[in-house]
Design a protein around this ligand. Structure first.
Ligand code: XUL
Ligand code: CO
Length: 436
């Protein structure tokens, strides 16, 4: 058993008055909120790619992260050491779920068969670590964006050979996810888009993407994988435009291609911001289609137009996320996956703990504030009242498609000029502030 974090005690709830930075101030996993323990509301996951593979380099400087357990090689031994250390981390921090890409956990081989064999060796170890530690795989995915072969896209590559290669990779990643009892499988279309339309047959690429996803659904069926499929929207970066640009674009695509039954969305805060929407907008868009599956929990830096994947520490944002998640009755297969990295200066191993603690406490507070807002009821009541005209007989008939323009014209003549009411935005904002 590894002991990369031997000097770190398991992180415990000590309450807001504790001055111990390696403790939870708000996340008290067994505390019951609206009839369920916090851990069940929040379903935290750690992202293997950030926690174990992110050296914290940026376009202007090399890696800074200190990872004494990692010899920097692509060997299987090194990969096995990393997964051991990762599970030790999950154990110490008290996180029940994790997510990975195939290439994060296992080195890519010279051939497809060798890559699949490498993955299989690591999956054997993951299987054992999961059952020893009582941890679960929230979702798996395939990295279809790093290797140079995917420079023009994977499922939307103009090259049929690249498409086939990507299909092979997804087949193996899906099988690995299934073996590990994964609750879900994510498609993030990192390079499924274009840099210029001059060289792109957009409608053909979109049809190929749909065919690709249908094949994944069929393969899941054939191996007995019942987990939830997700698409993770993001508008750009690395490409200029990604087809899964926001929740609405993804839902339209899934509906058009008959995939909505098998897919939900995995909404990420920083991606929502890049798409020019708020996180709450994206969540509501998904919920309205009964398609909010999971959340990649992070946040951007205001004013920075790229994906900085900061740990989520903004309590207004976590409150909004939890309000939406609670409004749909909580997660089923999904959870809050910290798709987040430490800042480059936070390079010590202990910073992995500080970063996750900050995110977990921010979401625990968001959960508590959201529960208080729901219990208070003023905002909900205000919204209900604002639409109360629709609870009339006429309103119900319009909503069920039984009214006509003739009837409404006669009604409008009878009623005369409508009286107007304030939207009270500032009053509502002040209610939220009083609860935070
Ligand atoms: C990239 C991103 C990915 C996906 C999984 O911005 O969010 O890590 O979450 O491929
Ligand atoms: Co993500």
């Amino acid at each position: 058993m590894s002991s990369a974090f031997a000097n770190i005690e398991p992180i415990r709830y000590e309450g807001p008055d504790s001055s111990n930075p390696l403790s939870f101030k708000y996340y008290d996993p067994d505390r019951v909120v609206e009839g369920r323990p916090m851990r069940d509301h929040l379903r935290f996951a750690s992202a293997f790619w950030h926690t174990m593979r992110n050296g914290l380099g940026d376009p202007f400087g090399s890696s800074t992260a200190c990872m004494p357990w990692d010899d920097g090689s692509d060997s299987i031994e090194n990969a096995l050491r990393r997964v051991e250390v990762f599970f030790e981390f999950l154990d110490r921090i008290g996180i029940d779920f994790y997510c990975f890409h195939d290439r994060d956990v296992a080195p890519e081989g010279e051939t497809i068969e060798q890559s699949s064999e490498n993955l299989s060796i690591i999956v054997d170890r993951l299987e054992k670590l999961q059952s020893d530690g009582g941890k679960s795989l929230l979702w798996g995915t395939a990295c279809l964006f790093m290797h140079p072969r995917y420079m023009h896209g994977a499922a939307t590559s103009p090259s049929i050979e690249v498409f086939a290669h990507a299909a092979a990779q997804v087949k193996h990643a899906l099988e690995a996810t299934h073996r590990l009892g994964g609750l879900g499988y994510v498609f993030w279309g990192g390079r499924e888009g274009y840099d210029t339309l001059l060289n792109t047959d957009m409608s053909r690429e979109l049809d190929h993407l749909a065919a690709f996803l249908h094949m994944a659904v069929e393969h899941a069926e054939s191996i007995g994988f019942k987990g939830q499929f997700y698409i993770e929207p993001k508008p750009k970066e690395p490409t200029t435009h990604q087809y899964d640009s926001d929740a609405a674009a993804c839902l339209n695509f899934l509906r058009q291609h008959g995939l909505l039954e098998r897919f939900k969305l995995n909404i990420e805060t920083n991606h929502a911001e890049l798409s020019g929407h708020t996180m709450q907008h994206e969540l509501k868009t998904a919920i309205a289609a009964d398609a909010l599956g999971s959340v990649d929990a992070n946040m951007g830096s205001p004013g920075i137009g790229w994906d900085v994947d900061r740990f989520p520490t903004d309590i207004y944002m976590t409150t909004n996320v939890m309000l939406e998640v609670m409004s749909m009755g909580g997660f089923t297969t999904g959870g809050l996956n910290f798709d987040a990295k430490r800042r480059r200066q936070s390079f010590e191993p202990v910073d992995l703990f500080h970063a996750h603690i900050a995110g977990m406490d921010a979401f625990a507070r968001g959960l508590l504030v959201a529960a208080a807002i729901r219990e208070d009821g003023r905002i909900e009541e205000f919204v209900r009242e604002r639409y109360s005209g629709w609870d009339s007989d006429l309103g119900r008939r319009i909503e069920s498609g039984d009214a006509s323009l003739d009837e409404l014209a006669a009604h409008a003549v009878r009623s005369g000029e409508p009286s107007m009411e304030s939207g009270r935005q500032e009053m509502l904002e002040s209610i939220i502030n009083s609860m935070i």
